[in-house]
Design a protein around this ligand. Structure first.
Ligand SMILES: NC(=O)c1ccc[n+]([C@@H]2O[C@H](COP(=O)([O-])OP(=O)(O)OC[C@H]3O[C@@H](n4cnc5c(N)ncnc54)[C@H](OP(=O)(O)O)[C@@H]3O)[C@@H](O)[C@H]2O)c1
Length: 258
């Protein structure tokens, strides 16, 4: 019934299902920016793989929303920093869809601590999740994808917005930008790009100290934080044919830094 409704919508109203029949994997899609990316891709007709690590219930809620949009989705648990779990995730994707067109390396963590309190284990965990995880997922994706697009979510912390309490996070995001360029060169049939968001209103950001939020907004030309949708819409653009000659690039989505 839903599929029929979307068929009518597509043909009569001219809704642009630009990813109709395609399959996208979004890592860390149980909440925040990843959730928004999945919903926007699904609205454009894309079937979606919703990866999560801990938040199973939230991931299942995202799947409910996706199903209401008339596309297919699956939820797959995998810690992206663990090669065996990523390998299993790709086997599940292959047996369910047998194709993969878009990969969004979105999953990421931050552990805030200044140098004197930051342990080596914390530093390793952040690099393992954000940078090594992006590498592992991209490596396995490249075995399954014959063409398409990989989009890595970096951060404007990779550039001038360094924070002393997140030196591991900043290094991981700078590494993702370097990795993006090298992946683009290694995979000539796949466009590989990155997005560098500034502050985006997700749960960890909303729960920050109001004084810090005000100080950070003062550094932004538009004087506000972004919304997950404002990152998701750039992902949809980069994944689409409208970005057919954009490769190895980074797009900043940060409201402009003063
Ligand atoms: N929000 C911002 O201001 C901002 C700014 C710049 C860049 N970014 C980047 O944008 C991305 C999303 O940020 P967000 O604010 O939406 O974060 P979030 O709300 O904290 O969500 C993080 C997501 O990553 C998943 N995740 C974490 N570790 C994982 C692992 N080892 N394996 C698989 N999934 C894992 C989480 O899944 P579970 O809950 O299931 O564990 C969750 O779905 C991150 O890469 C972040 O660095 C965010």
């Amino acid at each position: 019934m839903l599929a029929f409704f979307f068929f009518i919508l597509y043909n009569l109203v001219g809704v642009d299902f630009m990813f109709k029949g395609e399959v996208a994997l979004v890592t860390g899609a149980s909440r925040g920016i990843g959730r928004s990316i999945v919903i926007e891709l699904a609205k454009l007709g894309c079937n979606v793989v919703i990866n999560y690590n801990h938040s199973k219930d939230s991931a299942l809620n995202v799947l409910d929303e996706v199903n209401k949009l008339g596309v297919e989705g699956i939820v797959v648990k995998a810690d992206i920093s663990k090669e065996n779990e990523v390998k299993e995730m790709f086997q599940i994707i292959k047996s369910k869809f047998n194709r993969l067109d878009i990969v969004v390396n979105n999953a990421g963590i931050a552990i805030d601590n200044y140098l004197e309190n930051k342990s080596v284990d914390e530093f390793r965990k952040v690099i393992d999740t954000n940078l090594v995880g992006t590498f592992i997922v991209s490596k396995y994706a490249s075995k399954y994808m014959h063409k398409g697009s990989i989009i890595n979510i970096a951060s404007n912390n990779a550039y001038e917005c360094h924070e002393l309490f997140s030196m591991d996070y900043d290094a991981s995001k700078a590494g993702i930008i370097s990795l993006t360029r090298n992946l683009a060169s290694s995979l000539p049939n796949i466009r590989v790009n990155a997005i560098a968001p500034g502050w985006i209103n997700t749960d960890p950001v909303k729960s920050m100290n109001p004084d810090i939020i005000k100080d950070e907004k003062d550094k932004i030309i538009m004087n506000r934080f972004g919304e997950p949708l404002e990152v998701a819409s750039v992902v949809c653009f980069l994944a689409s044919d409208k970005a057919s000659y954009i490769n190895g690039s980074v797009i900043r989505v940060d409201g402009g830094i003063k």
